[in-house]
Design a protein around this ligand. Sequence first.
Ligand SMILES: Nc1ncnc2c1ncn2[C@@H]1O[C@H](COP(=O)(O)OP(=O)(O)OP(=O)(O)O)[C@@H](O)[C@H]1O
Length: 929
Amino acid sequence: MKDTLIAISNELLDNATNLSSEQMEKLRQERLQLNKQIQLLERHIRSASADQERQNSHFSASTTNILNTQYETPRTACFRMDSMRLDSQNNVFDLPGSSDRYNLSSVAASSVDRCGFSSVPLVRETYMPSIVDVNYIEGSNDKTWSSRDFPWTKKLEVNNKKVFGNHSFRPNQREVINATMSGYDVFVLMPTGGGKSLTYQLPALICPGVTLVVSPLVSLIQDQIMHLLQANIPAAYLSANMEWTEQQEILRELSSDNCKYKLLYVTPEKVAKSDVLLRHLESLHGRELLARVVIDEAHCVSQWGHDFRPDYQGLGILKQKFPNTPVLALTATATAVVKEDVVQALGLVNCIVFRQSFNRPNLCYSVIPKTKKCVEDIDKFIKENHFDECGIIYCLSRMDCEKVAEKLQEYGHKATFYHGSMDTAQRAFVQKQWSKDEINIICATVAFGMGINKPDVRFVIHHSLPKSIEGYHQECGRAGRDGLRSSCVLYYSYSDYIRVKHMISQGVGEQTPFTYGHNRMNSANSGRMLENNMENVLRMVSYCENEVDCRRLLQLLHFGENFDPANCGKTCDNCSRTKSSVEKDVTEIAKQLVELVKSTGQKFSSSHILEVFRGSLGQYVKKHKHDTLSLHGAGKHLAKGEASRILRHLVTEDILVEDVKKSDIYGSVSSMLKVNESQSNNLCFSGRRIILRFPSSTKALKFGKAEVTPGKELSASGKMCSPHIQTPAQPQSEFDLNLSAKLYSALRMLRTALVKEAGEGVMAYHIFGNATLQQISKRIPRTKEELLEVNGIGKAKVSKYGDRVLETVESTIKEYYKKSDKNSSTGSNDSAESAKRRRESLKVSRASLKEDDDFMELNRRLRTRIIHESDDRSAQLSEAFEEENFSECIDADLDVADDCYEVQASGSNSDLKPSGSVRVLPSWSMSRA
Ligand SMILES: Nc1ncnc2c1ncn2[C@@H]1O[C@H](COP(=O)(O)OP(=O)(O)OP(=O)(O)O)[C@@H](O)[C@H]1O
């Protein structure tokens, strides 16, 4: 029925060229209404089936009598009064008022028994989403939110430092916190690793009551809880897989007047299916103890995002039930359409949107032609750039994952695979090994997402073409969450596009971690969705084919963000080879494209325009009689990709405008190319020229690239790339770097011991991230106060681990000076002096990225030296990998490697040349060889 309606309304619009603009608008409005009704119907059907499922579920059946009463929250309940909010801006520190017309708290509160469960028949209303008109308020440039005069400012700053160990706020963190604490609904677009968690965890800590956090994966939830518990913040989660008694205990705590939890994490399914949970939320709300609702990974709400999860759409019930409780929706990936969809589905009317650049300066991007020797290339790349470091290799199929992992094992890497055919226990085991650094490389399908909170992922490699720029950006985003330099390498071949295209048309393929085990609606391979997926993968192809434009620019444009390639700092392959391109005047081609967009009525997508321009005789082209246009085939002579580049350039220059909207047809995305009249007049009549750069010899570039590893290609120094960095105030000598490297190694060993002592579930990064260990190594703190100055260390961590860290610092320094005393009579004084000097100077000037780079580079060189110096390194390394405590072995490598260089002894050799009698492998390895 829906398809017929769509066909009819499409036909109406397609043939309506003779209608007046009023008539057209009326028609559009009618279709819009039709679309809304279909949406309502679809959601109703979904929620009815969810109801059915709930009724059948053991959980409901054992506790309730279901009695469906349906209501639709009146529109007034969805629209919150701005004036009320603004009034509360400076006064509401505690919870905003909670006059909820629809709250059932009196029933809930009075009927909760001492176990926390209802003793009266439960009434759960079927959730009926209301379609609301979305209106955003841009918050990013509003100075109100960066003010330091909120009543909570002091508390915020103190707790940020003391509890979370942060010395400042990252971009938008303070602003988001101020807006949500003022009682507003807030939508946050912040890149991966940008620090979204703090924007709700800090308010949760200082506001009375409990913050409800909806998060898509139990593993992510557990990870967050571990982090919180390390900082002594009481938090809990409820999941269907938990022991019944455990759930009871948590619910009982939620019912108590002095509930100790500051945060309660749940999955969206829990909200959709558990009446008991809703009851407890109502009870909390009734007692003014529901501080805030947080929707993490909010893009899962939208079926136009790549992670759609149906149960997320039901989360609108929370806003309906608790209209005065602020909602905070967070995501690291959302196009304009996805954002609109999310805001509407959650019922966030007049919410404040904070967005910031999706650019990740510490990630270096490159696209490499994929050859038959792809895995060999990968092996070489890892050994040269990230040996012994942690990474992910994304593969298209399950078989690919296994094959790639096997080959890498043969090459001596500690690698394994992860995909959807493995059972839960196997997947959990692999994830755990990876999280604990027992395995370095995971070859995975996009199903791999658990453990993505690992901050020290140094590389993400795509062995095949990703399905969308959005997905690619997010997958790459798993690298370098600690802010340190990391690589993103994509191996591209056009034949992979054919594979992906086929998979999409068949509706097969792995689900992303967030959608895992959930159907992406039955319509995954139907109509608009299919078209959308095809368009997405084509954009990805065009990204890969582009050998000139800045990779950051290309990615960021997708999210509606402009980026000046000058700021790339040669951290992508295209920017780092500007020499091999030529400039062409493409003004005439540009004019033709603009003309073509006009002559097709400005209602077709860019890909359709390009099809016509290239002279396609496809069905759709013929249907619209575009094969009869004079410009049909006008771009035939252009090299592949040139026309699309020119067209995209016109969009970036605002001459053509990509009109991306939710279409009138049941909410789907549509993108129509329009002409910006004033800009196009400028082009057509004012003599404006358009000059673009193209590779000077496409062939040479394409095939030349495969000969070198990306590391070599990007930098002769062997570094993958070096982000735009500041020069440190005081250069760090190699001698100091050696001390720091030694200390870092010792601290890693200490951390391994602490993880073992901490028991199940605690990962290394829950205790100290690598970035924190690096800072300690460079600042060399000697007291607890100095330790508190290190980013990432709060009071709880100092009291838990401070003594052990300081002991390690002392013993390492002592040992180090003892050794250097033996080697050089002056060295120790120099180094003692310089260590002291550096501690002092670092108090003033924070460690810079440049230092991180030098430090990491030294570590890398020490480690890779080990494999380069040995002929039969693979065998030896394989054996090394078999060692139980691999990370400790590698730390031992560093100890030995330190001794191998004569830097300290001579005091003049700054090139780290190995000594003649170099012993490159540690004793344990040599004895086995
Ligand atoms: N103000 C800050 N100062 C220093 N470090 C911070 C700050 N805020 C957050 N961090 C650190 O940054 C890292 C990433 O933070 P977080 O996990 O919240 O990122 P995220 O935006 O949620 O990323 P993702 O999208 O991957 O979930 C964490 O290690 C966190 O401790």
